[in-house]
Each structure stands twice: as structure tokens, then as C-alpha cells.
Ligand binder design. Structure first.
Ligand code: BES
Ligand code: MN
Length: 452
């Protein structure tokens, strides 16, 4: 692009032109298994950060790899032309672990296309979010109409522990008028979305001990409690029979007005036939505005190893999704108090905080949002964005809100109902990806032109 005021048609052509190179770059990124979880090789996260830095330098941004005690983030900058606003573009380059590789139809770290979708861990979440930023920048060549800061985090999937510190340290470089967080989902294939609320999260580990060591289950069973039964009984106090969470003190958010069809939830989640939904209220409320609580894992003897012995110690990892308006510190205290109050048979109990992120509500009013809605509508051929909640969490959103309270925050993304983020066979819809890229280029172009 050579003119400062790129037209919609020029941007369409430019984005179209950039998509095949972006596809190659995305495939290169997917081949790097950068996983921030402690048991994985963090040299891969470093390699991933370097690959991101190379892409941003290629866009003409002054780029540094930065860290604050955690995994590396990448910060790229290009100053604003006189009078133009600055836009911060966020994504994360770390990915979820692949999980059970036997459940994948192809190697999680070897991208392949099937039926218009690109399969691979991180192909959508969130390496495509990053590539959408890159395509939007490339579409303008060396004639960016706004100032741009690109911030690509390296430990989002592991809870963003050092993010607030990074934002504080680089506050002046990160300052922007509009912050685009490309890590969420669209409403459906062909229907864009703006995310207006996200749930928070509190994870914790609960440990129950009843015995010094294993003892014969026949000799002592009946009088002496085993830790696994005690743990299971304790976990069973966390929901009522309908499946609503019954931990006193958790916030229930305001009701959503979005109709999220139950059939969609059933189909998109792959619920087994005959399994019923949990909780009460509308589907949107259950998924977006109310707390949920899941048991993610248990440490106890495996079935194969289990002898006829009472289990002395058992542990569970619990994850609570927090409604908009709740607070991770308060929610953890509420959960701990509940577990202590229901401690079975006097068992020794410890409850350890294992990471969290705040929920948030996003203000989608103001002139910037008119530009953003119009860009999405144009990129989706006249289909207006749905305003949706997100049941998942993006700690970056509340971290940016806290550090830059005056910025307009926009939460968008490349995911769709079939992405299977965090599951086997994660994939990106390549057609929708093109629309996300175009929308973002239109956002940058639109923000450069002040609205009357
Ligand atoms: N991109 C996801 C959030 C998301 C999930 C968006 C589903 C759209 C659909 C994000 O990377 C994520 O998974 N976040 C973690 C955060 C946690 C580790 C604090 C999550 O929600 O589990
Ligand atoms: Mn993500």
C-alpha cells in the first residue's frame, strides 16, 4: 500500500495477496511446540519468541524479546504518524500441551489442511491471532496509518503470571488508544463476534490425608477412613444435584440476553448421548455469567496399581470459572472455606492456590467501537457482530484494563465453534481467518480516520 488512506478495495486486495505467505508463516510457527507449562522444554518457548520477533521485524517494527521472570513475550513498535492514534495488538505465542497424541488424526505439531481447515496445536489458539496482526500490518506495507504496538505473550496458557509485571515495566512503550486482544472466538462460521465479558479462573490443589501409610483394607476398612473416599466425598459437596456450584460467596453475574441454543452446546462439546446438562438458567448464563467448577485431575493410585490397601493420601486439582464481577482472591477464600467446612471425618486437609485470572466486562460503547463494528460487518459481507460472553479466560484483558484504564479494549479472535482449542485436532477455519485479517486491516485503516 502506498497511499496513506487505503480504501476498502485496496485493503481487500492487499490482504488477499498476503494470505498465502501468512499460511506458510503460520505453519512454521505451529511446528514450534512452545508450551509454558513447567514440565515442557522452555527452549521451545524461546524459539517460538524468536520466530515471532523475526516476523515483527519483517513488518518494520522495532522489536524486542522481553521477560519479567516468566516466559518470553515479544514487543514490537512502530510510532504513530502525527495526529494518528496508537493501536496495541495482543496475541499469545505459547500453546496448550497436545494432550493424548493418540486422539489426534495427524501430528499436533505438523500442520495439515483438511476441508478448508488447518490442523495443529496452536493453529488457531493463538498463533492465528498473531498472524492476523501480521497480515493486517503487511497489508499496509510501509504506510501504516496508525501507531502500532504488538505485544505477544509467551505464557497465557499457563496463567500469565508475569504479565502484569511486564505491562508495568514497559508501560510507556505499550501505551495505546485502542487495544485489540485477538484470542477469543467468533459466534459461528460466517458470523463475527465481539466479546463483551469473560469469566475469570481460580485453580487450586486439594490434598487429603487420613493415614501415615497404606494399611490392609480388610483389617481396617470400616473403622479407618481412606483418603480417596474422603476426597471424593468432599468433592461431591461442591455442586447440588442439578449441577450448580454451591460454594457460598461466589458471584453470579447479570443474566445474558444471548440465545445460545442447547443443541449447539451439545453438538459442539461432543456430549455423549443420554448425558444431561448441568446447572440451571439459560445456556449463555451457565457458560458465561455463572461460576462453574470442574475437577481436572486426581492423584491417587491408578486402577492397575491399586492393591487391597487403604489409600493414605489423595489430591485433586479443582478449577473454578468465575462470573464477571467476581475476584480471584475472594473466590479462592470462599472455596477454601467451603472445603474446610466440609472436611470429612476430620481428615487432614490442605488447599493450595494454583493460579488464577480475573473475570472482566468490556465496555463496547464509544466512537472507536463504531469503527470496529463497521470493519467486522464489512469483512463478513454485511453480517453484524454478535455481542457474546466467553466462558474461558484471558488474563490479559483484565491486566490491560488495570494498566491502561482509559484505553478502548476490543476482544476478538479467530476461533469458531469447531476449533477445539485445548482438545485434540485443534484447527483454524482458513476462510474465516481471511475475514479476521481483513477486519483487522479495516480497523487500523478506520481508526486512522477520526469519526465525526
Ligand atoms: N484462547 C483461549 C480462551 C478462549 C477459549 C477463547 C475458548 C475462545 C474460546 C485462551 O488461550 C485460554 O484458553 N485461556 C486460559 C487461561 C487460563 C490458563 C488462565 C483458559 O481459559 O483456560
Ligand atoms: Mn488463547
Amino acid at each position: 500500500m502506498t497511499t496513506k488512506d487505503a480504501t476498502e478495495a485496496e485493503l481487500r486486495t492487499a490482504v488477499e495477496r498476503e494470505l498465502s505467505r501468512a499460511r506458510t508463516d503460520l505453519e512454521h510457527l505451529v511446528r514450534i511446540p512452545g508450551i509454558a507449562f513447567p514440565e515442557f522444554d522452555h527452549a521451545e518457548v524461546d524459539r517460538s519468541a524468536e520466530a515471532v520477533a523475526t516476523l515483527l521485524r519483517g513488518c518494520g517494527l522495532e522489536t524486542d524479546v522481553v521477560r519479567a521472570g516468566g516466559q518470553p513475550a515479544v514487543l514490537g513498535r512502530c510510532p504513530a504518524p502525527p495526529g494518528a492514534p496508537t493501536v496495541l495488538l495482543y496475541a499469545h505465542h505459547d500453546v496448550q500441551p497436545p494432550g493424548d497424541e493418540a486422539l489426534w488424526d495427524s501430528d499436533p505439531f505438523e500442520p495439515v489442511e483438511r476441508d478448508g481447515r488447518l490442523y495443529g496445536r496452536g493453529a488457531a489458539d493463538d498463533k492465528a491471532g498473531l498472524m492476523a496482526h501480521v497480515v493486517a500490518l503487511r497489508a499496509f506495507g510501509d504506510a501504516l496509518p496508525v501507531g502500532v504496538v504488538v505485544f505477544v505473550e509467551g505464557e497465557e496458557e499457563y496463567g500469565s503470571a508475569s504479565l502484569s509485571e511486564l505491562l508495568r515495566q514497559h508501560h510507556d512503550k505499550l501505551r495505546a488508544d485502542v487495544i485489540v486482544i485477538a484470542d477469543s472466538a467468533n459466534w459461528d462460521i460466517g458470523v463475527p463476534a465481539l466479546t463483551t465479558s469473560l469469566r475469570g479462573i481460580v485453580n487450586c490443589v486439594v490434598e487429603v490425608r487420613t493415614l501415615d501409610a497404606e494399611v490392609h483394607s480388610g483389617l481396617f476398612g470400616g473403622a479407618v477412613p481412606d483418603a480417596l473416599t474422603a476426597l471424593v466425598r468432599l468433592l461431591a459437596t461442591l455442586h447440588d444435584d442439578a449441577g450448580d456450584v454451591v460454594v457460598d460467596g461466589l458471584v453470579v453475574g447479570p443474566e445474558s440476553t444471548v440465545d445460545f441454543p442447547a443443541d449447539r452446546v451439545r453438538a459442539e462439546s461432543g456430549m455423549v448421548d443420554g448425558v444431561r446438562f448441568t446447572g440451571t438458567g439459560s445456556m449463555a448464563d451457565r457458560l458465561w455469567t455463572r461460576p462453574s467448577l470442574s475437577v481436572l485431575g486426581i492423584d491417587a493410585p491408578s486402577v492397575l496399581q491399586a492393591g487391597n490397601a487403604l489409600v493414605p493420601l489423595a489430591r485433586a486439582k479443582i478449577s473454578v470459572r468465575l462470573a464477571p464481577g467476581d475476584d480471584p482472591g475472594k473466590a479462592f477464600a470462599a472455596l477454601r472455606d467451603h472445603l474446610e467446612a466440609y472436611r470429612p471425618w476430620g481428615a487432614a486437609l490442605s488447599v493450595t492456590f494454583d493460579g488464577g485470572g480475573a473475570p472482566c466486562v468490556i465496555d463496547t460503547t464509544g466512537p472507536h467501537y463504531e469503527t470496529i463494528r463497521s470493519a467486522l460487518r464489512t469483512a463478513w459481507d454485511g453480517v453484524s457482530p454478535e455481542e457474546i460472553g466467553l466462558g474461558g479466560s484471558i488474563p490479559a484483558v483484565s491486566a490491560f484494563q488495570a494498566e491502561f484504564p482509559d484505553a478502548t479494549i476490543v476482544v476478538t479472535g479467530v476461533e469458531d465453534p469447531y476449533t477445539q482449542a485445548h482438545g485434540p485436532n485443534e484447527s483454524l477455519h482458513l476462510g474465516e481467518f481471511g475475514r479476521v485479517c481483513l477486519a483487522e486491516a479495516l480497523v487500523l485503516g478506520g481508526l486512522a480516520r477520526p469519526t465525526g
